[in-house]
Design a binder for this molecule. Structure first.
Ligand code: NIG
Ligand code: FE
Length: 417
């Protein structure tokens, strides 16, 4: 099956060479071809270039993209899409003055979601989660990482991870799974945290390895959750089972989580709302991708990751949604890209790089997706007619995407967003 897109107003994020990620000043460079063509063959990008050089060969389908842009689909490297119910009640509590921390301290927050998830069947959890997965695909996400961490028991954590596996088998979107057992301490372990850590390491990790349920391991390294030493304990154990670290750090307090991530070659360190100079310094010239989650800052009214300072210091940055019921009940990467521009002063070029190639790297998918490169999956966004790619973040809250293609096929669930 060969598809030709012709007369593309601008083909965005074209990379003739495979690259891993972009950092510092390079983040402000977004290569494009105006008046372009793109050929996809059997789900992969086969050729592209200026319309003047468009080959005349026979194709199965030709799509006229006059006035429209094509860019690689979004790469969302940090989500908690598999969850049960919602936390709308806590949202109202926060409006009425309670803080996220106060809600968690009275047994709400992550423990509230865990209770809901423990009480429903695997099939019901799958049914609830697939609605969100389909929603983000229609919004242009073509690769996503999904974490466990709302189970907090052996059975419920495995239930979450099996649901992620099922989603992976049933949808064309690339999915990476992360084990986040160390997300919060269940009440039963209040006076024996070490026993909970041992449960994660001795009872759940072997099962994960046996059933191949996750590629990554995560810890909520934060005051009141898991300390730096406890994080290190989990990362070291994960390593034995081939789990690569991707960790939650510096969301509310900077306690040395970035350092421990870098020390253990974390693929990414995520959140980073609170960044000290030494946290920026330690990330320089490493293979660890810093990941910002601006929708979380927006929803919780907490500081935004200091993107300007980090990029100006030469660091790379990826953008992701953090889609979860407590701190970010939204999986809209278009909003993330807009918010990064509006609130974090990233340029449209930086934000698009952060949400495509750098996000792909933060999931180990940089060789498969995240740019318009021959041989990569044909994961594409076709925009509505717009004047320039800067219009995407500018027109925040408006969906400028006309169609989404994953592995060369149009995404369509016969339902509206
Ligand atoms: O990334 N910070 C930790 N975990 C999630 C939120 C968890 C929740 O409130 O349910 C996050 O923001
Ligand atoms: Fe998160």
């Amino acid at each position: 099956m060969t598809i030709l897109f012709k007369n593309i107003k601008e083909l965005i994020q074209v990379r003739t060479e495979q690259i891993s990620f972009v950092s510092g000043k390079e983040m402000n460079v977004l290569p494009t071809i105006k008046n372009a063509y793109l050929i996809i063959e059997n789900g992969f990008i086969a050729d592209f270039g200026a319309m003047d050089n468009c080959p005349n060969s026979k194709v199965d389908e030709a799509i006229d993209a006059t006035g429209k842009m094509i860019l690689p689909s979004w790469c969302d490297s940090h989500t908690h899409i598999v969850y049960a119910g919602n936390r709308e009640g806590e949202f109202v509590d926060r409006i009425n003055g309670m803080s996220y921390e106060e809600i968690a301290n009275r047994g709400g927050g992550i423990l509230n979601s865990a209770k809901k998830l423990q009480d429903i069947s695997e099939d019901e959890l799958y049914a609830q989660s697939k609605i969100r997965l389909e929603e983000v695909m229609l919004l242009g996400t073509g690769a996503v990482e999904i974490k466990s961490g709302y189970g907090l028991t052996v059975d419920a954590e495995l239930k979450m991870l099996r649901v992620i596996k099922r989603l992976k088998e049933n949808y064309p979107i690339e999915i990476k799974a992360t084990f986040l057992g160390a997300h919060a301490l269940p009440k039963e372990y209040k006076n024996n945290k070490q026993a909970y850590l041992e449960l994660l390491v001795d009872k759940i990790m072997p099962k994960i390895a046996e059933e191949k349920l996750a590629e990554y391991v995560d810890v909520f390294c934060e005051t009141g959750y898991f300390s730096v030493d406890e994080t290190e304990f989990i990362l070291k154990a994960g390593k034995k089972y081939g789990l690569i670290p991707k960790i939650h750090v510096n969301q509310f307090t900077a306690i040395g989580g970035v350092q421990i991530g870098v020390k253990h070659n974390a693929l990414s360190v995520d959140h980073l709302e609170e960044m000290r100079d030494e946290d920026i310094e330690i990330l320089k010239n490493t293979t660890t991708m810093p990941v910002a989650l601006p929708s979380c800052s927006y929803f919780l009214s907490i500081p935004y990751t200091p993107a300007r300072k980090m990029i100006d210091a030469g660091l790379p940055l990826a953008l992701a949604t953090d889609y979860n019921p407590g701190s970010t009940p939204s999986g809209n990467m278009n909003f993330v890209v807009s918010t990064a521009c509006i609130k974090m002063k990233m340029t449209p070029e930086e934000a698009i790089n952060a949400a495509t190639i750098n996000g792909a790297y933060a999931m180990g998918l940089e060789n498969k997706t995240g740019s318009i490169t021959v041989g990569k999956q044909a994961n594409l966004l076709l925009s509505k007619p717009i004047n320039s790619y800067g219009f995407l973040p500018y027109s925040f809250g408006t969906n400028q995407i006309e169609k989404v293609y994953l592995k060369g096929k149009e995404v369509n669930f016969n339902r509206e967003l």
